[in-house]
Design a protein around this ligand. Structure first.
Ligand code: PEP
Ligand code: MN
Length: 262
């Protein structure tokens, strides 16, 4: 069994009375755009920015990310603004270069069962955001999490991002049931990603509402200063006015759920 997941006693990265909001573009873009987005997020009270330097794309013809240059940009944005950086790591060899830049190491859906990567991340002392694979059961996801815990890193955050079903109207089906199911088994915090799960900008707001109401500990939302110009995932990316509307709604529901947005 996933023993350590079930007996989890560590003070989690997101406490039970908190709700973490992570927002930002799909991928790292030019420095000016990133700086502008980081400053606007901070002005809205969002302290964690997401952005992928290395992008594991389904097609090799899609934008693959700025890679090492992207990490350098993130480093300068962090130094200049103090915003916490959430970014996806795709290979264990990247750990040293990520350590000085990234505050939360994201493991993407496509790497949820990359056990070499999970074991390597189990040896570092940074929070790991483990996304659910779109082809994994909750049990398989929690076993993947157990790999990180067993290797020695107890600082894990889970992230539900939808699973493949027969439904084609959204990119994947957001499995909101997994939140209370996981919460029956562990106190490890769990977020929802309404952007990648739906692939649709127009339903990010209702899904974000559902996230906080169902008991999730946070959301990760794709947002950009100009979504039409975003280098990837334009169709699900919110502009910053839309993001502010989501925040307003989250604040309202947070009061009912006795949580504070962080
Ligand atoms: C992402 O968050 O950048 C991403 C690629 O999401 P996922 O791994 O859930 O597809
Ligand atoms: Mn994306």
């Amino acid at each position: 069994m996933y023993d350590k997941v079930q007996k989890y006693q560590k003070t989690p990265y997101v406490q039970s009375d908190q709700f973490l909001v992570i927002a930002g573009p799909c991928a790292v873009e030019d420095e000016q755009t990133m700086l502008l987005i980081a400053k606007k997020l901070l002005a809205m009270g969002i302290t964690h920015m997401r952005a992928g330097a290395y992008k594991p794309r389904t097609s090799p013809y899609s934008f693959q990310g700025l890679e090492a240059k992207g990490l350098e940009i993130l480093k300068r944005i962090k130094e200049e603004t103090g915003i916490a950086i959430v970014s996806e790591i795709i290979e264990a060899e990247q750990i040293p270069s990520y350590l000085e830049v990234v505050d939360i190491f994201q493991v993407g859906a496509r790497n949820m069962q990359n056990f070499g990567l999970l074991k390597a991340l189990g040896k570092i002392d940074k929070p790991i955001l483990l996304k659910r694979s779109f082809g994994a059961t909750v049990d398989e996801w929690l076993y993947a999490c157990e790999h990180i815990l067993v290797a020695g890193n107890e600082n894990v955050i889970l992230c539900e991002r939808g699973i493949k079903t027969f439904e084609t109207s959204t990119r994947t089906t957001l499995d909101i049931s997994s939140i209370p199911i996981v919460k029956e088994k562990t106190t490890i915090p769990i977020l929802i990603d309404p952007s990648h799960s739906s692939g649709k900008r127009n339903i990010v707001l209702p899904l974000a509402r559902a996230a906080i109401a169902v008991g999730a500990d946070g959301v990760m939302i794709e947002a950009h200063i100009n979504p039409k110009a975003a280098l990837s995932d334009q169709e699900e990316t919110l502009d910053l006015v839309q993001l502010e509307m989501v925040l307003d709604e989250l604040h309202k529901i947070a009061r009912v759920m006795r949580k504070k947005l962080i």
